[in-house]
Design a protein around this ligand. Sequence first.
Ligand code: GTP
Ligand code: IMP
Ligand code: MG
Length: 421
Amino acid sequence: MFTIITGAQFGDEGKGKIVDMMASQYDIVARFQGGDNAGHTVVAEGKTYKLHLIPSGVLFDARLLIGPGTVMNPGILMEEIAMLSDNGVEVSPSKLGIDAKTSIIMPYHVALDGLREQKRAVKIGTTNRGIGFAYVDKVGREEIQMADIADKSRFMRKIEEIAPQKEAAIKEMGGEPKIARSEIDAYLEIGKKLKPYITDVSKEINKALKDGRKVLAEGAQGTHLDIIHGTQKFVTSSSTIAGSACAGLGVGPTKVNEVIGVIKAYITRVGEGPLPTEQKNEVGEHLREKGGEFGTTTGRPRRCGWFDMPLARKAINLNGYTSMALTKLDVLSGLKSIKLCLGYELEGKNIDYMPELSDDVSRCKPIYIDIPGWREDITDTESFVDLPENARLYVELLEELMGADIGYISVGPGRKQTFMK
Ligand code: GTP
Ligand code: IMP
Ligand code: MG
């Protein structure tokens, strides 16, 4: 059984919570793209865990894998392993496997990310974690891989080959060229510690599937931040959609059984880029405050707005969702009326699907319908029938307009605050 979970909007839909909730039923949970730009929050037994690299299944017995499609900052991984250990969760090599080919984020990637963003006339709002430049090196065939930092002579050979052009690039952007050769000893030290974790992720997952075991692929960021299909240039540097799980983990598309889309009952975005239903007013404030909409990785306030159906329709096409998990329905409680964006007006025409180009998306004027809200606190609700009538109507309307089944509904950050529709 192979299940893929991705975010259907701009990230932070609550994938961490949904993966944690499902992980007890899976044998393997694997990350297939992105890096520590992701911030997955898992709330369990009164504790809050903020995870950036380690898959959100960590609190269960599942084997965890970091696939070769990801980019990994080893220092951040070590911090995360230490944080979990402090909380009584040991992440040993029998628990976590890292693919030998996983791209390593080097100090020069982080430096270049910051320097480039500073110089951009039109900013992206990156998380400043070196993600984009690590992927540039993967595509440019100049990456350093997990296996390299675990082997001194390979690592030194690669540094000698790569450092001169990194020095030149950093210098040209006004940075400190020495960064190109910094932290080498620290990387080797971590490489030694991580060596026992090295594995062949594709081989492990394919074997598990052949043996009838269950594998969950955990996406990071969200559909509209996809490097190929997203709102370029305001995107991340990896492919965030379901198909990327097959490529990133080395599993054939014929093996996929289920694709679950996590989607908020409204929408948020962190960083720059078009967000047609954004509410820069008291509604946006309500969503931000009540939903705790501040970035897990950067702490930045997230931009908030009404649910956007044209974006959801495109996400359903791009991912081929077999069902959806609707999160944060509780955050809408207390709003007198709720707007739902059915389509857009663009150049005098009405459209019901997200346009291809970011420039067009940013010119779209949302067409809303008003739906009566509900006052009741729903955070203790345990079943669909117990929701207030207007909340049920809202969920049913979303389902009908998306043309996709909502399998799970989440009404709070905790594990128990989820039920099946
Ligand atoms: P990225 O991989 O960074 O895109 O993040 P993510 O999709 O894992 O989501 P993230 O954890 O960054 O953000 C979701 C936030 O909402 C977290 O703080 C969760 O604890 C919280 N959360 C998840 N589901 C619910 C819900 O149904 N209601 C409320 N109130 N909070 C929720
Ligand atoms: P980068 O991935 O750091 O290069 O950032 C590129 C864009 O993606 C910026 O707008 C970020 O805010 C956004 N982004 C990256 N990771 C996440 C995430 O995990 N959640 C939400 N937005 C993200
Ligand atoms: Mg997040």
